[in-house]
Write a protein that binds this ligand. Sequence first.
Ligand code: UT7
Length: 329
Amino acid sequence: MSSPCYISGLGLHLPRTAMTNADLERMVDTSDEWIVTRTGITNRYFAQGDEPCSVLAFNAARKALDNAGLAPQDLTHIFVGTFSGDYNLPTTACLLQDMLGLKGLPAFDLAAACSGFLYCLETARAFTCLHPEARILVVGSEVCTSRVNFEDRTTCVLFGDGAGAAIVTGAANPGPVKVLDAMLKADGSVGGLLTIHGGGSACKPVLGQPVGPEYFVQMNGRDVFKYAVRCMAEVSETVLERNGLTADDVDLIIPHQANIRIIEAIAKKLDVGMDKVYVNVDRIGNTSAASIPIALTEAVATGRIQPGMKVLLSSFGGGFTWASALLQF
Ligand code: UT7
């Protein structure tokens, strides 16, 4: 029996530099027509040198705190989902803690690739059971472009940068959005289909040797596509079923924004119309762990989500990891 957990504030931040498909046509052998028909993406944002992961996270966090009517000093924990932190050490969560002027409170990064935000959300839900007074800053922040190979046209057109943040509170500080349920899944046996091996202890950097393609995202796109559709649909159905619901009972579905064809295939599997599915992949591209909190923040800010609505989130990413969460507004 879990105690209730709430979302008390949301915020997003995008880098200042927009990159259209026409911009990418000038960088790599691709075309607007290919990118739009295969992915639905027309634009994404690229972080510049003064916008590392921690800076994007900080800007999203400040907006989420303002949205919750809280000050940094009200926070009790900081969790950051990312695969593209500023450094290997210190963690982005520790950098963020310092930028917020805080000391002492626990702060860590969580590595679950594009599922990083939902993994952090469920971790926060568990922490609020232990600590009902908790006010946890949960951030998905990515500078995907720092780990993308701009000589590999099959991946570099897909990703963008950004951050989304939520303030997750326990029973002692109820917020306007209740987290009804969440489920996390993983399958390491197929992790080789989506990798960044370089820099790890099994693929060590060697002083003075150049950085090769293994230091960047390498992906079997077709296989990842199939797993993404199947896994996101399955975990969404399981979460709905165990709450006595069907997709008809949900007002909005927010899937990980990787590719419009993946999103449409999930809608088909769940037997819902696209009018019930939130899409911003066309404007923002795949921002990995930031994708869901950015979409959720937008959907609330634009009035797409109204009080009383049930919203289903689902994600899929490297590992493989996938997850779903059910929210009551
Ligand atoms: O966040 C989770 C992780 N990632 C994903 O969810 C991505 C999942 N996968 C996908 O979204 C799709 O598989 C892609 C969008 C990556 C690729 O779409 P596809 O329909 O599976 O294309 P493909 O890989 O089968 O490539 C088809 C053709 C190939 O040419 P040939 O061999 O048929 O002559 C590619 O070389 O398209 C070519 N191609 C490109 N052409 C122009 C691949 N990338 C590009 C490009 N521009 N950027």
